[in-house]
Design a protein around this ligand. Structure first.
Ligand code: FAD
Ligand code: NAD
Length: 472
């Protein structure tokens, strides 16, 4: 029952994985709830233009690649694949339609009112959504993030020449030559899609390694794997400008540390240099809520902002910009509003890059673990196991990758797990759960794992922490 002074107990702004999950949990807990969303469909970046459509294209292009590159022929299946890009796009749109419609169904089922339109604060308990004024005792900001622009490189998704991730999902034909600016998650996932479908892909990365934030061994291996797949990597290089003439883009590049300029032509340029929080037009000034230097809204552990009654979760607050992190924060925030104890353990948030193979990790990198131990390398133990020695990966012709477990030497407690494997994204769940339960590497080593599975590599890496793996 809503507080008589307000229309709702909870109003959530933004229906991405953070916002829609918070709204559903709040309603489940008996709070009268509404959710404002300016997009035509629910589900936010993740369902509309992020996780889901990118995985639809990755999955489909993986099949095409397996047929085209001889991987299927090696298993006795001879095909000469023909790409029907329109059908590939149609199945992507279908997946998005089904899942965004599913959230609409869940809102109805849980009696969450969808307020359609852009929300702007009038005061800390009042928001204008389109022509409607809505009041709520608690307001959760879950407005997510958008593409970070690169000065001098203007994105125009409709022309299909210089695009961001949304435009790169919608290309009407396979570009001959694609330059990806930024060798992070989006660049490598969407670069992989078009590489598999036949584009020549060049990745320009400012840093000296791909995939910032991941363990160094994983980052080094990533460069080898993507090169082997035919991508050209231009590391320690920055893009300084871009001109477009008709259907061609000309980029100017120079070494990150400065030096001679060169030019590079492309039919398509993907700008994927990160994302930034959405706070513009939200009226934060009106309620006296400031953002930090990175444009994020800071909260306490309960997801309360500095303004009473206003909460924030997901990409708009600090932490990794990941859908599952946003979802968990949404649940915890709603539970805190309802007077329960909602907690998110930010030390155990897995991250996955859904390329082939997949790159996954949870917890600390080796470098971070050593730093945590005051720089003393002897206080950290490492166990590593190659996928080449895993029976299932070997049988499936998937030799690339490894599992690496980082444990504290004294207590044997697992501090981080990193995996490169065809199904690393699925494998990492057991590592996250083990870490959540405070497992030691010995706990994992003595847990029976089904054979033959890729997950046995996690068990073997745990055994390797003790110096006793069986299969290497
Ligand atoms: P969002 O999903 O961004 O949702 C915020 C919503 O708020 C939007 O729908 C927006 O329209 C709405 N909004 C904003 N301001 C207002 C306002 N003032 N009034 C009303 N509505 C408003 N993460 C993963 O974990 N796994 C993946 O595989 C993955 N793949 C990705 C692929 C791509 C190409 C991209 C771009 C991102 C991907 N991500 C992935 C990241 C993931 O999409 C985000 O971390 C996640 O969507 C964040 O959720 P959120 O609820 O905080 O915000
Ligand atoms: P990112 O931070 O992962 O990678 C951006 C890369 O661009 C970095 O390697 C950075 O060094 C580089 N860069 C920055 N400026 C540059 C410049 N001027 N020239 C060349 N390189 C430059 O960002 P992203 O790939 O855009 O992804 C954004 C967010 O979306 C990420 O935070 C990620 O968490 C999320 N996302 C997640 C998934 C997933 O979970 N599978 C998939 C896609 C996106």
């Amino acid at each position: 029952m809503a507080d008589q002074n307000y229309d709702y107990d909870v109003l959530v702004i933004g229906a991405g994985p953070g916002g829609y999950v918070a709204a559903i949990r709040a309603a489940q807990l008996g709070l009268k709830t509404a959710c404002a969303e300016s997009r035509e469909t629910l589900g936010g970046t993740c369902l509309n233009v992020g996780c889901i459509p990118s995985k639809a294209m990755l999955h489909a292009s993986e099949f095409y690649d397996a047929a085209a590159n001889g991987a299927m022929a090696a298993m006795g299946i001879e095909t000469s694949p023909k790409l029907n890009l329109d059908t590939m796009h149609a199945q992507r749109r279908d997946a998005v339609k089904g899942l965004t419609g599913g959230i609409e169904f869940l809102f109805k089922k849980n009696k969450v009112d969808w307020k359609k339109g852009h929300a702007t604060f009038q005061d800390a308990h009042t928001v204008k959504v389109g022509d409607e004024t809505v009041t709520a005792k608690n307001i959760i900001i879950a407005t997510g993030s958008s593409v970070t622009p690169l000065p001098g490189v203007e994105v125009d998704n409709d022309k299909h020449v210089v695009v961001d991730s949304t435009g790169a999902l919608e290309l009407p034909k396979v570009p001959k030559k694609m330059v990806v600016i930024g060798g992070g998650v989006i660049g490598l996932e969407l670069g992989s899609v078009w590489n598999r479908l036949g584009a020549e892909v060049i990745v320009v990365e400012f840093l000296d390694k791909l995939l910032p934030g991941m363990d160094d061994d994983v980052r080094k291996e990533a460069a080898k794997i993507f090169k082997k797949q035919g991508m050209e990597l231009r590391l320690s290089t920055k893009v300084t400008g871009c001109t477009v003439k008709g259907k061609k883009a000309t980029l100017t590049l120079e070494p990150s540390a400065g030096g001679d300029e060169e030019t590079l032509e492309a039919d398509c340029v993907l700008v994927s240099i990160g994302r930034r929080p959405n706070t513009e037009g939200l009226g934060l000034d009106t309620i006296g809520l400031e953002v930090n230097k990175r444009g994020q809204i800071e909260t306490d552990h309960d997801f309360r902002t500095a303004v009473d009654g206003v909460w924030a979760i997901g990409d708009v607050v600090p932490g990794p910009m990941l859908a599952h992190k946003a979802e968990d924060e949404g649940i915890a925030c709603a539970e805190n509003i309802a007077g329960q104890t909602g907690i998110v353990n930010h030390d155990v948030i897995p991250g996955v890059v859904y390329t082939w193979p997949e790159f996954a990790g949870v917890g600390l990198t080796q470098e971070e673990a050593i730093e945590k131990m005051g720089g003393d390398k002897t206080k950290v133990k490492i166990g590593k196991f190659p996928m080449m020695a895993n029976s299932r990966a070997k049988t499936n012709h998937e030799p690339d990758g490894f599992v690496k477990i980082i444990a504290e030497a004294e207590s044997d407690r697992v501090l981080g797990v990193w995996a490169i494997a065809s199904v690393a994204g699925t494998m990492i769940a057991q590592a996250a759960q083990a870490m959540e339960f405070g497992a030691t590497s010995e706990d994992i080593a003595y847990t029976c794992h089904a054979h033959p599975t890729h997950s046995e590599a996690i068990k073997e890496a745990a055994m390797a922490v003790q110096g006793k793996p069986i299969h290497i």
